[in-house]
Ligand binder design. Structure first.
Ligand code: NAD
Length: 471
């Protein structure tokens, strides 16, 4: 049993003023594994005050000083990688392939930002004007539970590189992971107040960070509904806002695709992080003339996506994070059947042989129309929809007929055709034939998948404000 009783303010672990407790669970077993004492508005104010005191000094720090801080943070995370992995496995339930990636990704976020910082020109001459990129002011980060380490570390890395200080409110469902990560970050020995981490309810601590006049910038990852709320809160003081929100990623098989290569990539993109991923490619678009072949390969392929707890290295699909999230996924599976889609794999209930834990069966619906809710709404669980198209124009029409536009996946043989197709997609990122992640490229959504960009120089500029001096 872990009881998390402290938050991190001004370089110190302190007991929060807030007294409410939230329970913490192991989603693979449904067992209660601890609790977290939550911060309140007073704690939010204390964190903001600490970040405000630290700001003037950090804003004037040199590139070299910031790069040293980033290197120290990365090393501090790596130093406790096995414990971080174990905490994520217990509290989030992710399979081993994902926990391993998540911890490395969190540590490398600091080094990636250090590279950006090394090459970034803060000052440039434009005619008579000397333009300097200034830190935007104190930042607030609000993050979800589906990759707790990565979101905290990438937002913190960007703030440090930009010369801003930051207050962070992670998901209250990730408190054990947050505690351990905060201990690592503390070990890096950064100046007091530079970063502050407050557990708390979204509508209390998150809302306070989004409204407070001393916060100049909010960087949020989470649902589209909460993102809109944060934008409204921030409007009163004209905060700069970066929103990384939901998605309903298209996973498009072109008619010339080699299905032996494409279908494993389709399934990997569709089911990554147990489908608790904003970038999951959950709408599979297939040309009608290859539908039967694709059905056969999907059915065969999904059988390899074993569901289960994190102790088994062969597992590819972990539990849903909470009973609420599990019930939500189950309700979408029932909805798909009610809407008249056909089941190719999976269905309601737990996977065979699993009696406890918030597991769902990896499910594929076929004969899905784009007006069905299972094709339009983000499910955030292992439920994929197959939609048919007759030609490229129809495929593009279906793909772009959504309120989302975060990440799309294209599978085909002809590079010129893939490029032409990619140019017509309304999507912040397009991944062709399973291309690997590019950490310095901008990440963010078109339409209601977000506002602004993270990562690389584009992400850094989200924490900066240009100032022109004319002489
Ligand atoms: P959520 O929006 O419910 O919560 C995210 C964070 O916001 C949490 O820390 C929560 O406490 C806080 N919050 C809740 N209400 C708030 C309020 N009124 N004011 C301020 N903060 C508030 O999302 P979630 O359920 O934790 O995560 C799942 C969602 O996140 C999905 O929609 C998913 O697509 C999205 N997501 C997006 C990305 C991306 O990069 N685009 C990445 C991962 C997850």
């Amino acid at each position: 049993m872990r009881d998390i009783d402290q938050i991190y303010i001004d370089g110190t672990f302190v007991t929060p003023h807030g007294e409410e407790r939230a329970e913490l669970f192991n989603p693979s077993t449904e067992d209660k594994i601890g609790s977290v004492r939550l911060g309140d508005r007073d704690d939010a104010h204390a964190a903001i005050a600490a970040a405000k005191r630290a700001f003037p000094i950090h804003a004037r720090s040199s590139k070299a000083e910031r790069m040293n801080m980033l290197a120290a943070l990365s090393a501090a995370v790596l130093a406790r990688a096995p414990e971080l992995t174990a905490a994520m496995a217990e509290e989030y339930g992710a399979p081993q392939y994902f926990t391993g990636f998540a911890v490395q990704h969190a540590a490398s976020a600091f080094l990636d930002m250090a590279k950006v910082l090394r090459d970034y020109e803060f000052t440039r001459q434009i005619g008579r004007a000397e333009v300097t990129m200034q830190p935007v002011g104190i930042a607030a980060a609000i993050t979800p539970w589906n990759s707790n380490y990565g979101f905290i570390c990438s937002k913190l890395a960007t703030a440090i590189a930009a010369g801003t200080t930051i207050v962070i409110k992670p998901s209250e469902m990730s408190a054990i992971q947050t505690q351990l990560l905060t201990e690592c970050l503390h070990e890096a020995g950064l100046p007091k107040g530079l970063f502050n981490i407050v557990n708390g309810r979204g509508y209390i601590v998150g809302a306070e960070f989004s409204r407070h006049p001393d916060i100049a910038k909010v960087t949020f990852t989470g649902s589209t509904a909460v993102g809109k709320q944060i934008l409204k809160f921030g409007a009163e003081t004209l905060k700069r806002v970066t929103l990384e929100l939901g998605g309903k990623g298209p996973n498009i098989v072109l008619d010339d695709a080699d299905l032996d290569v494409a279908i494993p990539n389709v399934l990997r993109a569709g089911l990554m992080n147990s489908c608790q991923a904003c970038v999951a490619g959950t709408r599979i678009l297939v040309p009608v003339n290859r539908m039967e072949e694709v059905h056969a390969k999907l059915k065969e392929g999904i059988a390899a996506f074993k569901a289960g707890g994190p102790a088994d290295p062969d597992v590819r699909i972990g539990p849903m994070v909470s009973s609420k999230q599990h019930e939500r996924v189950q309700s979408y599976i029932r909805l798909g059947l009610e809407e008249g889609a056909d089941l190719l794999a999976g269905g309601p209930g737990r996977p065979d042989g699993i009696e406890r834990g918030w597991f769902s069966r990896p499910t594929i619906f076929t004969n899905v129309r784009n007006d069905m809710r299972i094709a339009r709404e983000e499910i955030f669980g292992p439920v994929l929809s197959v939609l048919a198209y007759h030609d490229d124009d129809e495929a593009i029409r279906i793909v772009n007929d959504t309120t989302y536009g975060l990440q799309a996946y294209l599978h085909g043989r002809d590079p010129d055709r893939l490029q032409v197709f990619a140019d017509r997609l309304e999507s912040g990122r397009i991944v062709i034939n399973g291309a690997p992640h590019e950490p310095l490229a901008p990440f963010g959504g078109f339409k209601q998948s977000g506002l602004g960009r993270e990562f690389g120089a584009y992400g850094l500029e989200g924490f900066l404000e240009p100032r022109a001096v004319l002489s």
